[in-house]
Design a protein around this ligand. Structure first.
Ligand code: KIV
Ligand code: ZN
Length: 385
């Protein structure tokens, strides 16, 4: 099993979700839970972006001891200096500098030539390394950058002291095959690449962030970046809980592991959702309300006989108490009987049939039948006797 380092950016890229704004106490509460969850590195914010974010990052850097704390900086001396002030008290201060390398970004956003970008990247990494023991350099928009240009810049920033190289799919444009090829290319062509960590950072614009991240791991990434519940800019980032569970469940195919404590997933997801105000979609993989719910009679019958018929993940693995058999119009007699027994009722076969018919009639009017609905049906039947 190869250990993959996990870099969580819920408090930075995740907080860049439109409409999300965490105060310092909320950031600290999430940071403590991320530490319990076992993330190796947490990006606490972007210290130069606001006074509040500076304070938030500094609080986290001073409190968290079991994860490395990092902050984002543009490739400028003033961003790096501000980040150092925020992070210097951390157990292991770490800086994350980014600079775009794609023709689109260099031409239209930075208005710099590739040579100028290379020079800035090298100078700023060298400047940062005078203060920080760990410096990650991100080639923003790497997936739309020229591979040979990337090889040249990466070699130079490694020589300048970068300890982590990140290749972001900034706009969620790449595919698993393409992103895998990029990682392999960098692995095979960059001198000294094995002396640094190689990181994947994927966005979900085409719904492929998790698949792309796993493709990067298969092609040499030693670190992955993402957020809890996949929150982040636009369509969000790769959802860390999904990657961690996929690696765990499919270890026949993926011989990789992480330091994450999977049973903390649900608690972490709930906390992030509550404090960011970003609801988790019901059908979201791993943590959605329906991820362990079964509605159809055929599935419910299978699950009652043996959960593995329709569940590839046990709810307990991710910190959920049990699965949930939802009573709706597709439900069958097996789940219905099981449910009324759980509610403490024992019915004769005749009563059971009558109750089941009343329940089916109700499902034509109501999507989901609750315990209260069942109590009404069952007490009616018992008073009829
Ligand atoms: O998506 C991205 O490119 C980023 C960088 C700042 C690393 O978030
Ligand atoms: Zn990003």
């Amino acid at each position: 099993m190869r250990l993959i380092k996990v870099f969580d950016t819920t408090l930075r890229d995740g907080e860049q979700s439109p409409g999300v704004n965490l105060n310092q106490l909320e950031k600290l509460e999430i940071a403590k839970q991320l530490e319990r969850f076992g993330v190796d590195i947490m990006e606490a914010g972007f210290p130069a972006s606001s006074h509040g974010d500076f304070e938030g990052v500094r609080n986290i850097a001073r409190t968290i001891k079991n994860s490395s704390v990092t902050g984002l900086a543009r490739a400028t001396k003033s961003d790096i200096d501000i980040a150092w002030d925020a992070l210097k008290d951390a157990a292991e201060p770490r800086l994350h500098i980014f600079l775009a390398t794609s023709p689109i970004h260099m031409t239209y956003k930075l208005k710099k030539t590739p040579e100028q970008v290379m020079e800035t990247a090298v100078n700023m990494v060298a400047y940062a390394r005078k203060k920080f023991p760990q410096v990650e350099w991100s080639a923003e928009d790497a997936s739309r950058s020229d591979k040979d240009f990337l090889v040249k810049v990466i070699e130079k920033v490694i020589d300048a002291g970068a300890t982590v190289i990140n290749l972001p799919d900034t706009v969620g444009y790449t595919t698993p095959e393409e992103y895998g090829i990029l990682f392999r290319y960098i692995k095979e062509n960059v001198r000294n690449i094995d002396k640094v960590a190689l990181s994947a950072h994927c966005h979900d614009d085409l719904g492929m962030a998790v698949a792309n991240t796993i493709a990067a791991i298969e092609n040499g990434a030693t670190q992955i970046e993402g957020t809890i519940n996949g929150i982040g800019e636009r369509a969000g980032n790769a959802a860390l809980e999904e990657i961690a569970v996929a690696l765990n469940i499919r270890n026949d195919k993926y011989p990789y592991t992480t330091n994450l404590i999977l049973k903390e997933i649900k608690r972490t997801s709930d906390l992030v959702s509550r404090l960011t105000g970003m609801a988790v979609p019901a059908n979201k993989a791993v943590v959605g309300r329906n991820a362990f719910a079964h509605e159809s009679g055929i599935h419910q019958d299978g699950v009652l006989k043996n959960a593995s018929t329709y569940e590839i993940i046990t709810p307990e693995l991710v910190g959920i108490q049990s699965n949930n058999l939802v009573l709706g119009k597709h439900s069958g007699r097996h789940a219905f009987k099981d449910k009324i027994e759980q509610l403490g009722f024992t019915l004769s076969n005749e009563q059971l049939l009558e109750a089941f018919q009343a329940f089916k009639q109700l499902t034509d009017r109501k999507k989901e039948v609750t315990d209260d609905d069942l109590f009404t049906i069952l007490t009616d039947i018992q008073t009829d006797l």
